[in-house]
Design a protein around this ligand. Sequence first.
Ligand code: URP
Ligand code: ZN
Ligand code: ZN
Length: 470
Amino acid sequence: MAILIKNGTLVTATETFQADILVENGKISQVALGMTHPNAEIVDATAKMIFPGGVDPHTHFDLPMFGTVSSDDHYTGLKAAAFGGTTTVMDFVPQEAGGFDYSVDLWQQKAQKAAIDYSFHMNLTHLDASVAADLPHLRDLGITTLKVFTAYNGRLRMDDGSIFHALRLAGELGMLTMVHCENGDVIEELIPEALAAGHTSPEWHALTRPAWGAIESTLRMAAMSQQANAPVYIVHMNVGGEVDMLKYAREHQIKVMGETCPPYLFFSIEDLRRADGAKWVCSPPMRTAEDNARLWQGLKEETLQTIGTDHCPFFFDGTHPIIYESREIAIPGKELGKDNFTLIPNGLPGVQDRLPILWSYGVRTGKLTPNQFIAYTSTNPARIFGLYPRKGALLPGSDADLVIWDPQKKVKHGVAHSHQRTDYNLYEGWELVGYPEKVYLRGMLIVDGDTWLGKAGNGQFLKRSTGEVL
Ligand code: URP
Ligand code: ZN
Ligand code: ZN
């Protein structure tokens, strides 16, 4: 069945132009002006924009943490992503003692209900000779990216020597290493001190995870990248000084790239000081208004490469059910840490919010051009993570993952408007102008206005190849 989308304005990472799009067999088959077709379904996109589906490089669905689990699973979270114009997500697989096959199988079982296309990154939290020997197999499974941590001592962190070794192995295999940059040792000293002094409120989550730990860790990882001759991608950059380090390293031809996430552009430690501050607890934490401004500047000047979400939602009050798809559901959440910030599950909702919030408060405010918006949220993640031009492009041969975007649509955003399975929204009451009208996944209409037409299991696992260093 062919679909001909007529009269839209196409927006890509580099161009904005008028054209029709012909979709056949789930792929874009032609992009041209004034097309006709004898039996295609015609969709009129007059006064609308057409984007390649969003590619979110950083999500955590159904992730066990602190005795609970992130509250969106691979159906609800991927459905929410689709409502916000995202058609591909990349989720992180915890490394289990049973090996990569075992770890990936566990996550594939969870992802059987995926509602949009997905792929995996592997958290590398332990490296020995047998893990090293298994890395080529992981790459051959289509998981070409590792995430390592310089924090979460005793849990996820590897020492610098192991990280350096991992970087070298990954580089030789054409794999990309992603790094969570904080200083775990400093954090481990500050947390017990704060608790002993009776500091238990959410702002202490930020005060015990200093910005300078992220800054020096970012430079340290860029330096490791140079010494290992292997590319590095710094996830969830949140401090202005990290952007300065990234800029410095890139000016010295180091193969280092950076991702930020919308909350770090809009919120600060002041939000953690609110009565409901636990809603903003994630790691790394919210910083300052100056950091927000430097991150925006880093996007404008293109020091950064991507905007992911780090979507990892929890209920604010998991003792009270919400209604999701006509059923009551409550999942323990932020209330677990009401007397102790170290027990608040770390993470924020945002997979649906990303494109609409960035459009209204990034593009419409002149901080991003429409083409940068597409580059950061779709094309660059597809290129860096080895999915381009299948994803992130409006080219003949690309998957027909298309967003028909209504730039005039007004929405009062918030939890009532969201399909993210949690009881709050960070952007509650924000006025939006611009929202997806229709979303297609490989030519299937899965979102039509407020109507969900997708279904669990529609998503395909994307085996990825070596990506580009941007
Ligand atoms: O608080 C967050 N971001 N939780 C998810 C884990 C991580 O480090 O990305
Ligand atoms: Zn992280
Ligand atoms: Zn994360």
